[in-house]
Design a protein around this ligand. Structure first.
Ligand SMILES: C[S@@+](CC[C@H](N)C(=O)[O-])C[C@H]1O[C@@H](n2cnc3c(N)ncnc32)[C@H](O)[C@@H]1O
Length: 308
């Protein structure tokens, strides 16, 4: 297995300890430790996320028509690839259209990256994994430079929503050359999203990094909040935090504590209106939407973009 490393395990471990101390855990730690990987795989195969999986099956059929926007052979660079299940659906669609694909999954999670690489190798695809921090503009450029243009950059599974989408989408656009394309999806906000917070699989995923440190559900309270991002109409966020119900000593070097009543911020997710999703890509990041897709119930949106 061929994996290029820009982000080492030692760096992730140090950042994890710093984040616990700062009481603010960014997105990448929710896919890192074994318990988190298990919780994510369970969630990604759960009925809560079935609509998104079906959407990618439909998109893979569209890949045949999108192939005309791409020069061959295509290097597919998937930012936040996870285990690569959706990427493989897309690659099958591109292959049906006669495209020769080279695959470059990019992720901070060693375990998920290995799953993406080994499944692609089993499918006899030319594959190179890249272990990098996609929140870093430098790592984004290094990862996208691993392949020659024309490239298809991919960000699937509302991965954009785990970051500040205004910053992240601009950094993605900066990686693109004239012939390159970006395929990106987003989840459309609806009030029912807040009902998901009661789902055991969602709660297990949200709490997994803390449970890995010996903190139990009963040690405090997991809360979800719906917020608006006032920088542009139609940008919604669901944030999560854990409020300690007793003093907690964390088994990390220096034994940091979370005292009773203190909060630790967990990862958040952005959701969009179709208009705000288009605004992010076009007016904000300067991209041009070549084609757009929505699933039948309107809950997901995806766009194929070029540089504006
Ligand atoms: C919402 S999941 C989507 C995974 C996959 N694209 C899918 O649709 O199933 C987000 C992915 O981004 C990765 N990720 C999160 N933060 C990251 C970071 N800062 N750098 C690199 N990868 C990151 C996670 O490990 C995870 O695999």
């Amino acid at each position: 297995m061929n994996i290029e490393v820009f982000l080492t395990e030692a760096e992730i471990a140090q950042e994890f300890a710093d984040s616990i101390e700062a009481h603010d855990l960014p997105e990448k730690f929710f896919y890192w430790l074994p318990r988190s990987v298990r919780a994510w795989i369970e969630l990604s195969q759960n009925s809560v996320t079935a609509g998104l999986r079906q959407f990618w099956e439909v998109l893979s059929q569209k890949a045949e028509s999108w192939a005309e926007h791409l020069s061959a052979p295509v290097s597919l660079i998937s930012f936040g690839s996870g285990d690569g299940v959706k990427d493989r659906l897309l690659m099958k669609g591109l292959e049906r259209a006669g495209q020769n694909v080279k695959y470059f999954p990019v992720d901070a999670s060693q375990t998920l990256l290995e799953l993406a690489c080994s499944a692609a190798e089993d499918a006899e695809l030319v594959t190179m994994g890249i272990k990098a921090d996609i929140a870093s503009p430098v790592h984004l450029v290094l990862a996208s430079d691993a392949a020659e243009s024309p490239k298809l950059l991919l960000m699937a599974g509302n991965t954009l929503g785990g970051f500040d989408p205004l910053d992240q989408v601009r950094h993605l656009a900066e990686c693109m050359h004239a012939e390159d394309r970006l395929l990106i999806d987003g989840e459309v906000f609806n009030e029912a999203l807040m009902d998901r917070v009661q789902e055991p699989a969602v709660r297990r995923f949200a709490l997994a990094p803390l449970v890995s440190l010996g903190i139990a559900d009963a040690d405090g309270e997991l809360r979800f909040e719906h917020k608006h991002d006032d920088r542009h109409a139609g940008l919604h966020m669901i944030t999560r935090h854990f409020r300690a119900g007793r003093d907690l000593v964390i088994p990390l070097p220096g034994e940091p504590t979370i005292t009773r009543g203190e909060r630790i911020m967990l990862n958040f997710r952005y959701f969009y209106t179709p208009e705000s999703f288009r605004w992010l890509l076009t007016k904000h990041a300067g991209l041009k939407i070549l084609d757009e897709a929505r699933n039948s119930d309107g809950k997901y949106i995806a766009a194929l973009c070029s540089r504006g």
